[in-house]
Design a protein around this ligand. Sequence first.
Ligand SMILES: [Zn+2]
Length: 155
Amino acid sequence: MTSPQIVRGSCLCGAVAFELEGDLTPIQLCHAERCRKATGAAMAPEMLAPAAGLRFVRGEDQITRYEAPLLDTPPAYRRAFCRNCGSPMPQPIEGTPFAGVSPGVLDDDPGTRPFRHAFCAQSAPWATPTDELPRFDGRPPRPRNMGPGPGEASG
Ligand SMILES: [Zn+2]
C-alpha cells in the first residue's frame, strides 16, 4: 500500500495542525505500559514518517514535551503533545531520519495499516490482542529499510 502524497493531521482542540509528506510505515500497536499511560488506551498505534516531510501548518509553538526517566538504554522515552488539549503530536526521533506519529490524530487515511503488536508482555489484562497480527513480547526486530522501528524508544 502506498501513502497518499500529503497526509494531514491535527490535535483535538485544533491549535496544532501538520502535514506529512513521503512514505509512511505500517502501524505498530504498542502495549508497553508507558505507551498505555501516555495515551490512556489499550495500546498505542505508532508509525514513522520521514522527518524531512513533517511540516507544521500551525501551532508548533503550542507543542510541549515530556521525557520519561531512562529505564536502561537510550534513547529516552519522549512524548510531544498539544499543551492545550493533550493530543499526541509528531516529533522527530533523535539520531534517525524519522518522525514518530500517532496515527489517531490524522485527518486523512495514511494508506498503511496495523501490522504487528509490540511489548505484549506488558498488555493490560483486559486488552490482550485477539487479531491475527504477529505479536512480540518485547521490542520487535527492526524491519529492513525501516530504520528504527516505531516505538523504538518504548517500554
Ligand atoms: Zn490541541
